[in-house]
Design a protein around this ligand. Structure first.
Ligand code: CAA
Length: 256
C-alpha cells in the first residue's frame, strides 16, 4: 500500500511512519491525517506490530496544521464537519506510539507529537503552539495537553506569546522523555520502540491505559483502576512466563 503523505515501513515488530510532505515542512492536511489514521488502524489490527514510531524529516517533524488548507474555512462549516475531530483518534490508540522529533514541531505538529505516548527529541527540535500569531488558537488538544505537562505559568506564556522552546527546555519541563543528538534520533527511537515491542503486549497495553487514567480522573479512581489491571495481569500467560523466567535466570519469551 502506498500513501501520498506518508512513508510506511515495518522493522521487526515496530511500525514506522514517516510524515512526508517535504514541500510544506510536513504540514498536516486532511489527507495526511486520514492516511495516518488508516495506517494506525492497520497497525492496531496487525498482531505482528507491538509499537509504532512516528517521525518526520531532519528539518521538521511537522510545522503545523496546513495553513493553506485552513485559510478559507469558516464557521459553521468547521463545526458541522467537526474539523480536527479525526485527529484525536491518534490519541485513542491502544498500542504504544512514540514520536521521534527533529526540527520544527509547531502548532498541529506539536499537538500530534503530544498525542503520542512520549516524545524522543533530537537536539535540533523546537516545540511551540504559535497559533495566536495567526489569529487563531490550537484546536487538536495542544492547550490541554501542554498545560497538564508544563503547568499553567509556562503554558500561558507560550500560548499567549506564541513562543517556542528548544529541546533542552522541553526536556527540563517534561515535554520530552529524552534528548539525543540529531544524527542518532532514529536509531535511538527505534531502539526504544523495539524494546517496548519485545515486552508482554498485554502488560504494555495495560500500562498505557493506567498512565492515561492519571489525566482522566481522580487519584482514587486511578489507583483503583491500576490495582484492578495489576490483578488482571495474573490471568495472562505472560505473567507466568515473565516471573518464571526471572526465577529460572533466563530471558522471557512473551506471546502476544
Ligand atoms: N501550513 C502550510 N504550509 C506550511 C506550513 C504550514 N503550517 N509551514 C510551512 N509551510 C510551507 C511554507 O508555506 C513554504 O511553502 P512555499 O515554499 O510554497 O512558500 C514551505 O512550507 C517552507 O516553509 P518556509 O519557507 O516558511 O520555511 P522556513 O524555514 O523559512 O520557516 C517555519 C520554517 C518557521 C516553520 C515557518 O514555515 C512557519 O512559521 N510555519 C508555520 C508555523 C505555524 O504557524 N504553525 C501553526 C499552524 S496553525 C495550526 O497548527 C492549528 C492547529 O492547532 C491544528
Amino acid at each position: 500500500m502506498t500513501y501520498q503523505t506518508l512513508l510506511v515501513e515495518q522493522a521487526g515488530a515496530v511500525g514506522l511512519v514517516t510524515l512526508n510532505r517535504p514541500e510544506a515542512l510536513n504540514a498536516i492536511n486532511t489527507q495526511l491525517i486520514d492516511e495516518l489514521n488508516q495506517v494506525l488502524d492497520g497497525f492496531e489490527r496487525d498482531a505482528a506490530i507491538g509499537c509504532v514510531l512516528i517521525t518526520g524529516s531532519a528539518k521538521a517533524f511537522a510545522a503545523g496544521a496546513d495553513v493553506k488548507e485552513m485559510a478559507p474555512l469558516c464557521f459553521p462549516g468547521t463545526y458541522l464537519d467537526d474539523f480536527l475531530g479525526r485527529w484525536d483518534r491518534v490519541a485513542q490508540r491502544r498500542k504504544p506510539i512514540i514520536a521521534a522529533v527533529a526540527g520544527h514541531a509547531l502548532g498541529g505538529g506539536f499537538e500530534l507529537a503530544l498525542m503520542c505516548d512520549f516524545i524522543i527529541a533530537a537536539d535540533t527540535a523546537r516545540f511551540g503552539l504559535p497559533e495566536v500569531k495567526l489569529g487563531v488558537i490550537p484546536g487538536a488538544g495542544g492547550v490541554q495537553r501542554l498545560t497538564r505537562l508544563v503547568g499553567r505559568a509556562k503554558a500561558m506564556e507560550m500560548l499567549l506569546s506564541g513562543r517556542s522552546m528548544d529541546a533542552t527546555e522541553a526536556e527540563r519541563c517534561g515535554v520530552v522523555a529524552r534528548v539525543v543528538p540529531a544524527a542518532e534520533l532514529l536509531e535511538e527511537a527505534m531502539d526504544s520502540a523495539s524494546r517496548i515491542a519485545g515486552q508482554s503486549r498485554t502488560a504494555v497495553m495495560m500500562l498505557k491505559e493506567c498512565v492515561n487514567r492519571v489525566d482522566d480522573g481522580s487519584l482514587g479512581e486511578g489507583l483503583r483502576f491500576e490495582r484492578r489491571m495489576f490483578q488482571a495481569v495474573f490471568a495472562t500467560p505472560d505473567q507466568k512466563e515473565g516471573m518464571g523466567a526471572f526465577i529460572e535466570k533466563r530471558k522471557p519469551v512473551f506471546g502476544r
